[in-house]
Design a protein around this ligand. Sequence first.
Ligand SMILES: Cc1cc2nc3c(=O)[nH]c(=O)nc-3n(C[C@H](O)[C@H](O)[C@H](O)COP(=O)(O)OP(=O)(O)OC[C@H]3O[C@@H](n4cnc5c(N)ncnc54)[C@H](O)[C@@H]3O)c2cc1C
Length: 468
Amino acid sequence: MMEQQHTTVTLEETAFQELAARHAGALLRPGDAGYEEARAVYNGMINKHPALIVRGKDVADVIAAVNFAREHELTLAIRGGGHNGPGLGTCDDGLVIDLTEMKGIRVDPVARTVRVEGGCTWGEVDHATHPFGLATPSGFISTTGVGGLTLGGGIGYLSRTLGLTIDNLLGVDMVLADGSFVIASAEEHADLFWAVRGGGGNFGVVTSFLFQLHPISTVYGGPMLWPIEQAADVLKFWRGFIMQAPEEINGWFAFITVPPAPPFPEQFHLQKMCAIVWCYSGSLEQANAMFQPIREAVPPAVDFAGPIPWPVLQSLFDALYPKGLQWYWKTDFFNDLSDKAIGLHLKYGAHLPTMHSTMHIYPINGAVHRPGTSDTAFSFRDANFAEVIVAVDPDPANNERMIEWARDYWMALHPYSAGGGYVNMMMDEGTDTVQAAYRDNYAKLAQIKATYDPGNLFHVNQNIKPGK
Ligand SMILES: Cc1cc2nc3c(=O)[nH]c(=O)nc-3n(C[C@H](O)[C@H](O)[C@H](O)COP(=O)(O)OP(=O)(O)OC[C@H]3O[C@@H](n4cnc5c(N)ncnc54)[C@H](O)[C@@H]3O)c2cc1C
């Protein structure tokens, strides 16, 4: 990370010592060994200098840190996996509660549930549940944090089949702004449980999550690739197919630049192509028959789809997107993909500005539509597609160019959108964008925020302002 001039705020020594005496986990201040590494988040564009990073080991540590931040009027950020695009897991000059040492995971194979502490990544959850032949819906990359992904909704390989991650959330343990501890579920603090299913980190620190597990072990999936010239045919086929496909099939569309490495055939290295990344979680015996019409409709140039253990599919792209790359993205939900919108996708998708840049469209029909638009804080249950335009590169010198591409692409498609985007895939874009993401649910979220965090202690997030 580039070091730049930064005037760090110094905490009063006696106050710091008081916290240290009550805290089991490490406390890191600027200059301490490990501070530089600890302040770095996934997005290399983010370069923040917290006054104090608190590595909580348990709920008691989190309570102490929340009380400390409130009493000393410090900006407070909560860090789960640190993957947030705009870096909302950290802050300048304030206190970061870093949950990355809270890694406890307990599988109950009989009840088919898993209790996951707030600092886990999805790869760690998959590691723990896979030996039982069980999994819960998450995302598409295993290094992402359970915390942020879940609290924003959670769109992934199993969305059409089993719903969003929040649709499989049974309850949370939380530390609130006043330092109190609560359990929120359908039975207890139901208003809070409604709010954390999509409302992000606005309501408190989730110290652990309880998820429903499902018998998911080896699925049939992986990418199929086509030449960019066939993108219109592929998109039109996929649009029709995915709207009526059995819920066990998930496949998201992407524009990509083929990485210059195995297992991609050499003749395609660095070529711009389009792809669909599949995940079929129905019977493996029926998988080939299920995929035959797909393979016949527009025969792929490269076909990696086949039986694959769930954790392998989940981590397929981890190596391509390591921590520290420059990262900027924009998002919108769509009810449909009109021919006009497809034309615009072809225009911008064919000009990915860097090798890592990409555009994905995730299907969110099927099981995602089962809850209504106001049943959880996540509002866009009636949309069919989530678009994310992703500008990524190792070199900051390319930032201006790739950000311009992402913005232009998004602006061109936005008029065809459902009017709002996914909170987990936006930058720090202000209140209007947050309101658009929640639509009619925003007013209720603001009310619940006023009940549980009237002083907006938890504001380093896609912020919901406390209602009057
Ligand atoms: C490479 C990559 C792949 C991704 N893939 C997907 C995907 O497939 N599907 C998807 O839905 N999203 C995906 N995302 C988006 C992801 O959901 C968001 O970036 C999310 O914010 C990351 O959560 P985190 O815990 O890793 O991040 P952090 O930066 O640690 O936290 C993000 C936000 O959540 C809050 N937060 C985190 N944990 C807690 C907690 N325990 N209690 C209270 N607040 C908390 C933080 O305060 C912050 O506001 C991806 C992101 C990246 C970078």
